[in-house]
Design a protein around this ligand. Structure first.
Ligand SMILES: Cc1cc2nc3c(=O)[nH]c(=O)nc-3n(C[C@H](O)[C@H](O)[C@H](O)COP(=O)(O)OP(=O)(O)OC[C@H]3O[C@@H](n4cnc5c(N)ncnc54)[C@H](O)[C@@H]3O)c2cc1C
Length: 430
């Protein structure tokens, strides 16, 4: 048996795969790494909406097989459902999920990375199963695609929006930029509703069923996608209202969904045939009440992604309290930090090289249909000074190319790829 420190990474999607690869890059062969996930592929969630509105099956284009990708870096994979974490005994409980009936198992660790994402709580929304739609996974995406393209949708009004997000207290007091903070969000991630609103309008136009005037986008908050910065959102809203979209803010929450529409917690009802919903993003049940999680079950870390009470435990991606909004692009930044921290802990990196804290940047490219997309890069919500919005064909090409580059490099998108995207989007588009 190897005597190397054991690193256990829980979750194998963006944050889990990215962190495992960064640990191998920075800590080299000084550690054994194991990734645990209940499924054995990476799901490229951000591109599901584009497939749905183009009538293309996301199941055949948005999955990447994990096992050979991990094997290239000598990373073990366990297909299992994580059921508990024993932080005092440094072990994780799981049930093998390849076949039903697996006997529960236990994995020990020296360092633990929690990258399990969240549970998208559709089941908390009354009426969603019967009358709601979404684009957050292959099942829901394909169900909506079927309605849009095979006659289920009759051309009526469309409502698109989010349920209220319940952020915990785990990021309070952090100061990512001088004088800044991790603010409280009332929606988990509102790039996708904005993207779906624009793509749905293009779909309506293309299929001769109308345009933006049929679509109402709603937000629980004062301002949709407020994390992108007031200036950027103001510009987006001006453009959207000029195009004819309807906008409802301060919805507070979704009360229920009926055949006729969406009933909001503020008492308003939006009449709609199609209800495309983004639910509350909640922590997994077994994460609640652990000594490493906050009032809502998200993992508490500092800006080096390390738990203050259990310094051998790290988090990356949506599972971390500090990741607000729940955005893959912020998780991407965190993978690098965790990789460096573990390399530091095993003596493979200096403090100077490892200790660069998280400065979150909201980086979002949203499909608008018709080969157009919007590009946002902003850190003003956290106390930074940047807010950039671009729209056009170049952001669309970048969105598609990013996915291709991700698959081609098997998750190891080089820094030049990101710098190139920034240059292209910000210098070459309108
Ligand atoms: C429609 C949509 C569009 C989006 N578009 C964008 C975008 O354009 N840009 C962007 O930056 N972000 C976007 N996001 C957000 C982005 O998808 C998430 O931030 C990102 O997926 C988070 O990555 P993660 O690895 O932390 O979590 P996840 O991607 O949720 O992965 C968690 C992993 O953990 C595994 N897992 C969970 N529980 C268990 C368990 N108990 N046992 C074993 N395994 C488990 C899951 O199988 C999964 O593989 C979008 C989200 C949606 C829904």
């Amino acid at each position: 048996m190897s005597s190397k420190p054991k690193v256990l990474v829980l979750g194998g999607n963006f944050a889990g795969l990215g962190t495992a690869q960064k640990i191998r890059q920075f800590a080299g062969d000084s550690v054994d790494i194991t990734v645990v996930d209940r499924k054995n592929y990476l799901l490229f969630i951000p591109n599901i909406p584009a497939d749905v509105f183009e009538n293309s099956d996301p199941a055949s284009s948005q999955r990447m097989d994990l096992i050979p990708v991990l094997a290239k870096d000598h990373i073990q994979f366990v297909q299992g459902d994580v059921t508990g974490i024993d932080v005092d005994n440094r072990s994780v409980h799981f049930t093998p999920s390849e076949r039903p009936g697996g006997a529960p198992g236990k994995l020990d660790y020296d360092y633990l990375v929690i990258a399990l994402g969240n549970r998208l709580a559709f089941e908390k929304i009354e009426g969603f199963a019967e009358y709601g739609d979404s684009v957050s996974d292959l099942y829901l995406g394909n169900r909506l695609r079927e309605k849009l393209w095979n006659g289920g949708y009759q051309g009526g009004p469309i409502a698109i929006g989010s349920a209220r997000f319940h952020q915990g207290d785990g990021a309070e007091g952090l100061e990512p930029y001088p004088g800044g903070s991790i603010p409280n969000a009332v929606a988990a991630c509102e790039g996708p509703p904005v993207e779906v609103m624009l793509s749905a309008a293009t779909y309506l136009k293309k299929t001769g069923q109308g345009g933006p005037e049929k679509i109402t986008v709603f937000t629980p908050g004062e301002l949709i996608a407020e994390d992108a910065g007031e200036q950027v959102v103001g510009q987006l809203l001006d453009i959207a209202s000029g195009m004819g979209f309807n906008y409802v803010n301060n919805a507070e929450d979704i009360r229920r969904i009926t055949a006729e529409g969406v009933e909001l917690a503020n008492g308003q009802t939006i009449e709609a045939e199609l209800k495309i919903i983004f639910p509350d993003w909640v922590a997994h049940d077994f994460m609640r009440d652990l000594p490493i999680t906050d009032s809502e079950g998200f993992v508490v870390t500092d800006l080096l992604m390390k738990n203050p009470k259990y310094p051998e435990i790290f988090a990356a991606g949506d599972a971390a309290a500090v990741t607000v909004p729940k955005l893959g692009a912020i998780g991407h930044q965190e993978c690098e930090i965790v990789g460096r921290q573990i390399a530091l802990a095993v003596g493979r990196m200096s403090e100077k090289a490892a200790n660069t804290p998280l400065q979150p940047v909201v980086n979002c490219i949203g499909d608008m249909g018709d080969n157009q997309a919007f590009y946002i890069r902003s850190n003003s919500w956290y106390g930074g000074s940047e807010q950039v919005l671009k729209m056009g064909h170049i952001p669309f090409l970048l969105k598609m190319q990013y996915k291709n580059l991700f698959f081609r490099t098997q998750g190891k998108v080089p820094d030049w790829g990101l710098d190139f995207s920034k240059l292209m989007a910000e210098k070459l588009s309108a």
